[in-house]
Design a protein around this ligand. Structure first.
Ligand code: ATP
Ligand code: MG
Length: 597
């Protein structure tokens, strides 16, 4: 026997390592979180009660603010957080960071959950919201006050800004900084009880007004804001600041690795400071979660700012959040991207600590790679003109339709055959005919022979144009005994093969030819007005003819239209079925990258 050593059965295909994987592997080997006791449901009043050892080896989380639709940048973060948890036998929490009552909405909550699920991830029972922890956060704030680590500041916003200093200048202590814990506690409770105006005072952490890190110069941790929260209603008129809330959310959920984008790097000292204080106060268990930052996704020809995407929607530059040109997850989905192609993309671009731009063609490449083996093939004529076979009736009999077949997938014979009908009249692409052929043109021109794919060889005899010069009809003669797949059919050599749809059984369809939304690879870089970079040709609509097999195309079903690219039946507007239906296909991407040239 000469059997090669086999990997253990549970071995996964090796994934390229990155700095996050190295950190996690180190922590797993060192048992950094092995002593953790699972506390049961986070946010629970009895949080600190120790239960069983935490069964999850690592815990990550995806923490969107429910204030907009997720975009392709979030998809990167989702794939990192859920992907690492999956790969290391851990758990990823889905958490809404809903600490900002004014901008949030349940509509966004629903769309975010849909997007994560569609991308292929499952949070199991671990669905949380920051607002569930408001009681705990309030207690944490009181504990800081009692420990001398927080104070109520009544300076105006302007005074606070000036006294914070800047990179060159240390800050100046607030006159309220030396209040006693008892005074601060009383004031803070008045804030909570609605005895003070919005904006009249804030609770600040008491750290170091001279710190070189401005985030450590006594950051605000609670503010007064009379606003109805979509979850807690009018229970609170004070709300925690994001930078205070986030570490607490992570700690309560026993997150091990809190992964975020680089802009939070300067917040990490406060993250650690806060969790140390609360652990000292006996409110949290050690070891605390640790924050690690990675580079955000910058994708050429795309903007990934929620605010700017909202502007495109509200100014009606696109048809909505799910317009197939939008980089939102709902937009990518409607455009025809598959969850697998987006996961592949996230893996391919990897995780680094330095900002860079990823070329849009990388995303399109992942889609092509995913769909090449999956998508059924079909013939479609996007700009149809009639082709008439002059000798058809004489050779084949008047009205005869010759059945032809084409594989559903050229490399997967098990998927069967599509059936087509060749006849006297066919639809072909307008651009497949030229009166005088340019150099290298091998398709239809008088005297030239081409093969009609899956059909016969024909010889072009001419064409008709209307008064304006518009092509109205192309004519040809059938070359007998050349039907594809019959013996001797390749005895006539041709240089061109063209696609077609039968005029008798072809169906009409609307085909939406989408292109990039912007003409500038970095539409909003350096303060540029991204509206000016909108591509005026990002959508053209073709009235196409499609082969009969597509009558049963289901919404969301993807195809390769031969010669043209990958297309999807539109999930909103396409109807499958008989004659009265509306067929609508979206172009996802062409067969090759056509932008680099
Ligand atoms: P935006 O700045 O577009 O409004 P955001 O960061 O405010 O996005 P959140 O809801 O706070 O949106 O984001 C949830 C998570 O997604 C955060 O952890 C954030 O770091 C991450 N994220 C947001 N944009 C990107 C991006 N372009 N690349 C990678 N991760 C991102
Ligand atoms: Mg954010």
């Amino acid at each position: 026997m000469n059997s090669a050593p086999r990997p253990p059965a549970e071995a996964e295909p090796a994934k390229p390592s990155n700095f996050l994987r190295q950190i996690i592997e180190h922590d797993l080997a060192a048992g950094s979180y092995a002593t953790r006791r699972w506390a049961g449901s986070p946010g629970d009043a009895a949080h600190h009660a120790t239960g069983q050892p935490d069964p999850a080896r690592i815990r990550t989380r995806f923490p969107p603010e429910p204030n907009g639709y997720l975009h392709v940048g979030h998809a990167k973060s989702i794939c990192i957080n859920f992907g690492l948890a999956r790969d290391y036998g851990g758990v990823c929490h889905m958490r809404f960071d809903d600490t900002n009552p004014e901008k949030e909405d349940v509509e966004y909550v629903r769309s975010i959950l849909d997007a994560v699920r569609w991308l292929g991830f499952d949070w199991g029972p671990h669905l949380y919201q920051a607002s569930d922890y408001f009681d705990f956060m309030y207690r944490a704030a009181e504990a800081l006050i009692e420990g001398g680590h927080a104070y109520v500041d009544e300076q105006t916003a302007e005074q606070m800004r000036v006294n914070r200093g800047d990179f060159a200048k240390p800050g100046v202590d607030s006159p309220f900084r030396s209040r006693t814990p008892a005074e601060n506690l009383a004031r803070f409770r008045e804030m909570r009880d609605g005895q003070h105006e919005d904006g009249s005072m804030v609770l600040r952490a008491k750290i170091d007004m001279a710190s070189p890190n401005i985030n450590m110069r006594d950051p605000a941790i609670y503010r007064i804001r009379r606003a109805t929260h979509h979850h807690t209603g009018d229970k609170w008129c004070i709300y925690p600041m994001y930078t205070f809330a986030h570490p607490i959310e992570d700690a309560l959920e026993q997150i091990t690795h809190s992964l975020c984008t680089l802009e939070f790097e300067d917040q990490r000292p406060f993250y650690d400071w806060l969790l140390e204080r609360l652990t000292e106060a006996g409110l949290l268990q050690a070891p605390p979660p640790r924050q690690y930052e990675f580079a955000r996704l910058n994708l050429t020809y795309v903007i990934t700012s929620k605010r700017k995407l909202a502007q495109l929607v509200y100014d009606k530059k696109v048809s909505g959040w799910d317009d197939p040109r939008m980089p939102t997850i709902v937009g990518l989905r409607r455009r025809g991207y598959t969850p697998e192609s987006i996961q592949l993309f996230a893996e391919r671009i990897g995780v680094t600590k330095s900002d860079s731009w990823i070329d849009y063609s990388t995303l399109e490449g992942c889609l092509r790679e995913d769909l090449e083996g999956k998508a059924a093939r079909a013939m479609v004529v996007l700009d149809p003109v009639k082709l008439v076979i002059e000798n058809w009736d004489a050779l084949m009999g008047a009205g005869h339709l010759e059945p032809c077949t084409a594989p559903v997938h050229p490399h997967q014979p098990e998927r069967g055959q599509r059936s087509l009908h060749f006849g006297r009249e066919l639809w072909i692409e307008r651009t497949d005919y030229e009166d005088t052929p340019p150099k290298g043109f091998f398709r239809l021109f008088p005297g030239n022979k081409v093969r009609m794919k899956y059909g016969y060889v024909i010889e072009c005899t001419g064409a008709t144009r209307d008064a304006s010069g518009q092509l109205t009809e192309v004519r040809a003669q059938l070359v007998p005994d050349t039907k594809s797949g019959t013996p001797g059919s390749d005895s006539v050599k041709v240089k061109g093969v063209i696609t077609w749809v039968g005029a008798t059984d072809g169906l009409s369809a609307e085909v939406r030819l989408y292109d990039r939304l912007f003409t500038d690879p970095q539409p909003d870089a350096g303060g540029k007005d991204f509206i000016e970079a909108l591509n005026p040709n990002s959508l053209t609509v073709a009235q196409a003819m499609v082969e009969p097999w597509l009558a049963n195309a289901q919404p969301d079903e993807r195809f390769q239209f031969e010669r043209h690219g990958y297309f999807v039946a539109d999930r909103e507007d396409h109807q499958a079925g008989g004659d009265t239906t509306r067929r609508v296909f979206n172009r996802i991407t062409g067969l090759k990258d056509s932008w680099g040239k």
